[in-house]
Write a protein that binds this ligand. Structure first.
Ligand SMILES: [Zn+2]
Length: 154
């Protein structure tokens, strides 16, 4: 997108410059009044609402347990199943299963699920991460802080 005032390639905002609505870059937006598009306002409102509902927003990620290799190995040995048979049962490559058991390769989510079901074991765990990026999230290429600054400048 090209700024209608300076021609710079940039993410643009709609601004009212001396009565004319133009798509301008953030630099040129200073010369006019920034008009917020409906989507931008909705996105900003949604974000504020989310932050109010969950002030300490936590993100959850599902990870494969660190000791996955021994968990799988023990389960397989307990049932006296060969790698070859496990490969057939799960429709996976034997070499991949061997690499996983050796701890050389972490199973992906789907395979971990399959192994969990097959052996009736738990390979996946949910880990909570604190989300510390509230203020830097962008709305349409601009952060909320940027939008606020522009409003203050006019
Ligand atoms: Zn410009």
């Amino acid at each position: 997108m090209q700024c209608e005032m300076c021609g710079k390639e940039s993410s643009l905002v709609q601004a009212n410059v001396e009565g004319a609505v133009m798509s301008v870059c953030s630099e040129c937006a200073r010369f006019g009044a920034v008009l917020e598009t409906p989507q931008r306002i909705i996105a900003a409102k949604e974000k504020v609402k989310r932050m109010q509902e969950k002030p300490e927003e936590e993100e959850e990620v599902i990870l494969v347990k660190k000791n996955y290799a021994s968990l799988i190995k023990h389960a397989r040995e307990k049932r006296e199943i060969k790698h070859e048979d496990l490969g057939k049962a799960l429709a996976e490559k034997v070499s991949l299963l061997q690499a996983i058991e050796a701890g050389n390769k972490e199973p992906n989510f789907d395979l971990a699920k399959k192994l969990e079901r097959f052996f009736d074991i738990h390979l996946l765990e949910t880990v909570k991460l604190e989300n510390k990026h509230h203020s830097n999230e962008s709305v349409g290429g601009m952060t909320i802080a940027d939008i606020m600054k522009k409003k203050l400048k006019k």
